[in-house]
Design a protein around this ligand. Structure first.
Ligand code: GLP
Length: 266
């Protein structure tokens, strides 16, 4: 894991966006993995700025969302399909038909999940997957004790996750109890992972993810099993890392060429 500690939440977005831009500039039809939540918003804002000002062209980019609530009516402003349309598709000028979100309104949930895996298999692999992390260590909506081999499926949201996400809804009771989420196995199939976290509230989860045992009690610790995972965090989110000085030292002493992807895969 590469751990990059930066000074501000906005800088988290800029550094992570630079990694994504590099992939898109090398391959204009790159397959992007999209996360929702507040953490990646700074990434999308920076990518949108590059689309507006630097001529970044995302019109051929294909994208897969990590997860979706179950049972919200189509068009609900807090469905992840709506959020992704608002925060990503429109500002980055993605082609809507190239953007895939699990179908949380499907009557046959198992078939919807299998179909989503099939589409990822056909169009993917995902070139670069954006991730946030929940305060309880979840990635996507893979709550603690999710299998590291899991694929897209229905999950019950942890009460703490529902409480965390209540801020997006008019009342806490409106937060759905279930979701569809890519599994940890699905996420680990992406070629590259970039996880962002900001703020003290994430410091425990970040420490467990990076330095704790690989354990389903902290689903984010699955990233320790991935050969190309980068964690971009601010000082507050980094504050409980035991080896914080080592990560700073390592990054400060990286040759410039090593800060980005150099394997020619794109
Ligand atoms: C959400 C999403 C995750 C996200 C996490 C943290 O509910 N399903 O993909 O990473 O929980 O959210 P936030 O970034 O808002 O703290």
């Amino acid at each position: 894991m590469q751990v990059v500690i930066v000074d501000s939440p906005a800088e988290v977005g800029r550094v992570a966006a630079a990694k994504i831009t590099q992939v898109i500039r090398r391959r204009n039809d790159a397959v992007l993995g999209l996360a929702t939540g507040s953490s990646p918003l700074a990434i999308y804002a920076e990518l949108a700025r590059q689309v507006r000002q630097d001529g970044l062209d995302c019109s051929a980019v294909r994208a897969f969302a990590l997860d979706e609530y179950v049972g919200l009516p189509a068009g609900h402003p807090e469905s992840y399909r709506s959020v992704i349309q608002r925060e990503v598709v429109a500002p980055l000028a993605l082609t809507p038909a190239f953007v895939h979100v699990p179908d949380g309104t499907a009557s046959d949930v198992a078939a919807a999940c299998a179909d989503y895996e099939q589409r990822i298999a056909e169009i993917g692999p995902v070139d670069i997957q954006i991730l946030g992390i929940g305060a309880n260590g979840h990635i996507g909506f893979n709550e603690p004790t999710s299998s590291f081999a899991s694929r897209t499926r229905i999950k019950t949201l942890a009460p703490t996750t529902r409480a965390d996400n209540a801020r997006f809804f008019d009342s806490p009771d409106e937060v759905p109890t279930h979701c569809l989420t890519q599994g940890l196995g699905t996420i680990l199939d992406a070629k590259r992972l970039v996880l962002v976290a900001q703020g003290e509230k994430k410091a425990d989860a970040v420490a467990k993810m990076v330095e704790g045992p690989v354990s389903s009690m902290c689903p984010g610790s699955a990233l320790q099993l991935h050969a190309d995972a980068t964690i971009v965090i601010d000082q507050a989110a980094a504050s409980r890392l035991a080896l914080i000085d080592y990560y700073r030292y390592t990054y400060d002493n990286l040759p410039e060429w090593q800060r980005f992807y150099t394997d020619g895969a794109y």
